[in-house]
Each structure stands twice: as C-alpha cells, then as structure tokens.
Ligand binder design. Structure first.
Ligand code: UDP
Ligand code: MN
Length: 355
C-alpha cells in the first residue's frame, strides 16, 4: 500500500469521526452530560438518579387558597399529571387519594404536592377517588379502584397510597417504589413525630405495581375508620415481603386537622378473619366490583366517583362476621331494608343461626 492511500484513508476516518461527533454534539447540546446513559446504540436522556436541587426541609402553605389561584400557578400541569421537560423520568408514579368531604384539605394537598412531585422529576398523576355518599367510607376499596383506573390510563410502575391530610415536610422523601413496600409517613407532627407502632402501614405508603398485585391489593371489606392498613400489613407478611422505612427526619409529615371519623365496629373481626392467605386471595383486586359514575380529567387531578352494590358488600361481609346487628348499624339500615338487602343464601344462613 502506498503512503498516499494510507494518508487518504486516515483523512477519511478523521472526517467521518468529526461528522459523527458534530451530529452527537448537536443532539445533546445544552443538556447536562451527567444525564446521559447508553441504551444500546441510542443515547437516552434519563433524569439523574437523585433529583438535583432538593433542599431537605420544606414549608407547607396551609392557608386556604382558592381553586383558580392554584390552577393558575400550575400552568404546566394537565389531567392531574406532569413529566419533566428536560429528561425522561425514571419513575412513573400514580398518587392515589381516597376522598370524601375534605375539599379544603384537597386544595392544600394539591397545591403542595404538585410542586413537591415536580421537583422530584417524576412522571406522575394524582387520582382522587370518591365513594358514593350512600355507602360508608372505605379507604382500602378506594385505593383498589384508584389502582385499576390509573392502570387503565398508563403503565405506572409505582403507586403511592396517600391520605389527603398528610403533607411531606422534606423534599428528600422520594416518591418512588424501592424493591420492598415502603411505609412513608413515619413521623407525623400530630403524633409528636413518633411512629405509633412497628406494623403501621397507614397514612402514606408506596408499593410497586407487581407487589400490589401479588398481595391482591387492599381488602374491600373495611367500611368506616380503621383496620384496612393493618390488614394490608398482614398481606405483605403473608407474601414474605417486608416493610421498609427511611429515617424519620426525612419521612416526616404534617397532618391537617380534622374530626376523627367514625370507627368501624367490625374492624377487629374482619381483620382477624382476614389473616389467612385463602381469605386474602378472595378479597381484594381479585373480586373487586365497582361502577364508575364519573371519571373527570380535571387540571390538577383525575377525579373518580365510584359506587358499589350495597347488597353485594353486605353479603360479602356477612361471610366474615358473627354479629349482623353491627353490620346493620354500620350501613345505617332499618330492619326491613336490612333484610331486603340480603341475598337468599344469606337469609337462609341467618335462619340456621349461622351468624
Ligand atoms: N377520608 C376522607 N373523608 C373522610 C374520611 C377519610 O377524605 O370522611 C380520607 C382522607 O384521604 C383521609 C384518609 O381517608 O386522610 C384517612 O382518614 P382519616 O384522616 O379520617 O384517618 P386518621 O387520620 O384518623 O387515621
Ligand atoms: Mn387524618
């Protein structure tokens, strides 16, 4: 090979490499180098592992601002969702919020949470799930519905189960799903920033889609206040998962004041009878029945209004409890309505004194 051929080949190689470099540079220009990761041959602009600009302790604006003000503040939010503009989010997270009659809390919550979640560079959406007034409140059931409805909308990999009255006080409390279920509201001001008990999985918690499906979601049978979070803890244990928590100074929350909701008189019985795996497999996502009366994609949240067949719910509960009078009271039914609501086989079981 003569020297000129070698020279020409070398010049060509240098030229091609320069073109390649120029093309690559123009595609990544203006974006921080650290955000780039090699995905096969394509450079994908993935958000950093730890979001930049987190500061730790943050303020909570609790003054009662009106909807218009909050909406105009979040011009970049639509359909209750947002994703980072400069990079592709590592996590697709659905925030599920059970709701009834706490409008002022909801406004404060949305005002706080959108800024908080945006800063964490998540692709997220907030779902507010509301149960028909005619049915006693049921937090677990509403989370199950939120899970199903959010899943219909997008391939969310992570779900945060969030009370409307709890607001995170530290932006380093990352709203992601680690490899085990996470209890997030470790330290709440109302409880002097102390965890009430080790098995606590209430308030705010997160789970991956796969884990939530594995445990069959929440029980649908906790009507009124209490029990559903402890039942979820039992499901996690049954499936040999563990609960994780981060340091309490980061996992800290403030709770907006409210009147204590009326307790579910059946909660201990439903909790005890729900401890075995076969019951857990029958009560949850697997037998979830509901009717969406409205699913509205509002600007700051997706609003889902849902109802269930009362007779169905009563019937299912019947198979788990002994004292039907408590059930009758819980559903606020007169004797005659209560009897009418029962299915045939339930009636015959009552006749046989099986309750
Ligand atoms: N909730 C609601 N309206 C009610 C009862 C409960 O919106 O009448 C929702 C709300 O998201 C609330 C959560 O369910 O934060 C848990 O209920 P609550 O705050 O009464 O429980 P506690 O703080 O007493 O454990
Ligand atoms: Mn509360």
């Amino acid at each position: 090979m003569s020297l000129t051929v070698v020279k020409k080949a070398a010049v060509l190689i240098i030229f091609l490499q320069t073109v390649h470099l120029v093309l690559w540079y123009s595609s990544v220009k203006g974006k921080p180098r650290a955000m780039y990761e090699q995905n096969g041959n394509i450079s994908v602009n993935i958000c950093p592992l730890i979001p930049q600009g987190l500061v730790g302790k943050i303020n909570v604006e609790k003054s009662n601002t009106d909807w218009l003000k909050i909406e105009s503040k979040y011009t970049m939010v639509s359909n209750g969702s947002h994703h980072p503009e400069n990079c592709s989010a590592r996590h697709k997270v659905a925030i599920l919020v059970p709701f009834r009659d706490r409008e002022s809390h909801l406004r404060i919550f949305l005002n706080h949470m959108h800024a908080f979640l945006m800063k964490q560079q998540l692709e997220y959406a907030i779902y507010v799930v509301e149960l028909d007034k005619d049915i006693p409140f049921n937090r677990g059931f509403l989370f199950n519905v939120g899970f199903m409805e959010a899943t219909k909308d997008k391939e969310f990999g992570c779900f945060v189960f969030h009370d409307v009255d709890l607001l995170p006080l530290n932006d380093q409390n990352l709203y992601q799903c680690p490899d085990q279920p996470r209890h997030m509201s470790v330290a709440i001001d109302k409880y002097k920033f102390k965890l009430l008990y080790d098995e606590n999985f209430g308030g705010v918690s997160s789970m991956s889609k796969d884990h939530f499906k594995t445990i069959n979601g929440y029980s649908n049978l906790f009507f009124g206040w209490g029990g559903e979070d402890d039942d979820l803890f039992n499901r996690i244990v049954s499936n040999k998962m563990i609960i994780t928590r981060i340091l309490s100074n980061i996992a800290s929350y403030t709770m907006l004041p409210h009147i204590h909701a009326s307790e579910n008189p059946l909660r201990y019985e439903v909790l005890t009878t729900g401890k075995n795996e076969s019951t857990q497999n029958k009560d949850g996502l697997s037998n979830l029945k509901y009717h969406v009366t409205e699913k509205i994609y509002r600007k700051l949240f997706v609003h889902i209004k849902v109802t269930i067949n009362k007779a169905d719910a009563i019937d299912q509960l019947k198979s788990r409890i002994k004292e039907s009078s408590k059930l009758q009271k819980l559903f606020n039914l007169s004797n005659s309505t209560f009897k009418k609501k029962l299915r045939k086989h339930t009636r015959s079981r009552i006749k046989q004194n099986k309750f």
